[in-house]
Write a protein that binds this ligand. Structure first.
Ligand code: SF4
Ligand code: SF4
Length: 338
C-alpha cells in the first residue's frame, strides 16, 4: 500500500496546485468549506481532521454562480460571443463518503438519461477526487443508513485511510493511479491497517420508503411535518445533493451575459410562473416537494436516494427540522389515510 506521511500533505498539495485547482477542507472563521489551496493558505486552516465541512464540495462541479455565455445585441439581432464552460483540471482532496456519493448523484442528474449538461460535464471530466475514509461518524451522521459505506468513498479516484501519523493511500481508478504516479516522490510504500468504523449514533430505516411515499402525495401528514419549516432554504444550499438552479441575465448597453445560480425549491418564487400561477403556493407543498424529491423521485428515476446522510441539514436548520425524524414519522403513518 502507498502511504502519505501527514507532514508531507502540504508539499503534496503544492505539487498538485502547480497543475490543477486543488480544493481542500478549510476552516474559514466560524465556517468551513472546500476552498482552493494556494501558497497564501496556511496549513493551519486545513480541516482534514474535522468531520464534514459546513459547505460541501458540490460547488466544485456546480458553482454557486456560473457565467454561461456572453452576448452582444444589435437591434433585433443577438450574437453569442463566448461560451464560458470551464474545463480546467481540478482536484478535491479529502472528501468524505457522503460527499463523493453525492457527486455520483449529481452525475446521474447532469450526465445521464440522454441529457448532458455541458457546463457540469466540462468541470466533472477534469476532476480527480481524493476521498477520505471516515471512521468516526458524528452524532448527526447517518450515511450508512442511506446505503453509503463511510470507509470506501464511492466515486473517489484515490482513498485515504487515516493511520495516525500517516495516511494509507489507495488509488482505485485509472485517474487515481495517474495522480499517484505523479506524486510518487512523496509517497511511501508499506502495509497499514485499514480503520474500522465506529458505531453510528444516528440510524434510520429506509426499507420500502420510496415505494410508500409514492402513495403519500396527498397525505395530511405533510402539513404537520412542515409546521416548523420557515422555507429559509438553508438546507437546500448546504445539501451536497441539491442541485436546482436558476438562469438569469445581466446586460449593460448592447452587451451582456447569462449566468446560472443556485436556487431552492423552498422558495415560493421557485415555481412562480410568468402569468402569476404557482403550483406550490403553500409552505407544506414546497416542503413536501423537497422530501419527495430526495426520497422518492430521484430513487424512481435513478435508483438511488437524493440524501446521503451527511447530516448538514439536521445540524444547520434554524428551526430543528430533522430529516431522520421526518423519515421515522413518514414510516409510522397509515398510508391509506389521504
Ligand atoms: S433549513 Fe429548516 S427551516 Fe430552512 S427551509 Fe430547510 S427545513 Fe425549512
Ligand atoms: S438531505 Fe440533509 S442529510 Fe441528506 S444529504 Fe442533504 S444535507 Fe445531508
Amino acid at each position: 500500500m502507498k502511504t502519505l506521511a501527514k507532514t508531507k500533505i502540504e508539499a503534496v498539495l503544492n505539487q498538485l496546485a502547480e497543475k490543477a485547482e486543488v480544493y481542500v477542507p478549510l476552516k474559514q472563521g466560524a465556517i468551513s468549506s472546500f476552498g482552493v489551496w494556494s501558497a497564501a493558505v496556511s496549513g493551519e486552516n486545513l480541516a482534514l481532521e474535522s468531520l464534514n465541512t459546513l459547505m460541501s464540495p458540490k460547488s466544485v462541479v456546480l458553482p454557486q454562480t456560473e457565467k454561461m455565455y456572453t452576448f452582444a445585441t444589435s437591434g433585433q439581432q443577438a450574437e453569442v460571443k463566448e461560451v464560458c464552460a470551464d474545463s480546467g483540471e481540478r482536484v478535491i482532496f479529502g472528501a468524505r463518503a457522503c460527499d463523493t456519493k453525492s457527486l455520483n448523484v449529481l452525475d446521474e442528474v447532469f450526465l445521464t438519461r440522454g441529457y448532458e449538461d455541458a457546463f457540469y460535464k466540462a468541470r466533472r471530466e477534469k476532476l480527480t477526487v481524493i476521498g477520505r475514509a471516515c471512521a468516526q461518524p458524528g452524532p448527526h451522521c447517518f450515511c450508512s443508513s442511506m446505503g453509503v459505506d463511510p470507509l470506501e468513498p464511492a466515486g473517489a479516484d484515490v482513498i485515504l485511510y487515516d493511520a495516525g501519523e500517516e495516511f494509507g493511500w489507495e488509488p482505485v481508478t485509472e485517474r487515481g493511479q495517474a495522480l499517484t504516479n505523479q506524486l510518487n516522490e512523496f509517497l511511501g510504500d508499506r502495509e497499514l491497517p485499514k480503520p474500522s468504523a465506529a458505531e453510528f449514533r444516528t440510524r434510520v430505516d429506509i426499507e420500502g420508503l420510496p415505494e410508500k411515499l409514492n402513495r403519500m402525495f396527498a397525505h395530511p401528514v405533510w402539513e404537520e411535518l412542515a409546521a416548523k419549516c420557515m422555507n429559509c432554504g438553508i438546507c437546500t444550499y448546504l445539501c451536497p445533493g441539491c442541485y436546482c438552479f436558476d438562469i438569469q441575465v445581466k446586460t449593460r448597453g448592447q452587451e451582456g451575459y447569462r449566468f446560472r445560480c443556485w436556487d431552492s425549491c423552498m422558495y415560493p418564487e421557485y415555481t412562480q410562473m410568468a402569468g402569476g400561477h404557482n403550483p406550490r403556493q403553500s409552505k407544506h407543498e414546497r416542503f413536501r416537494n423537497r422530501f419527495l424529491h430526495k426520497l422518492e423521485f430521484i430513487h424512481e428515476r435513478y435508483g438511488t436516494l437524493g440524501c446521503t446522510g451527511c447530516g448538514r441539514c439536521v445540524v444547520m436548520c434554524p428551526n430543528g427540522v430533522n430529516i431522520v425524524s421526518i423519515i421515522n414519522r413518514l414510516r409510522e403513518v397509515d398510508v391509506d389515510v389521504r
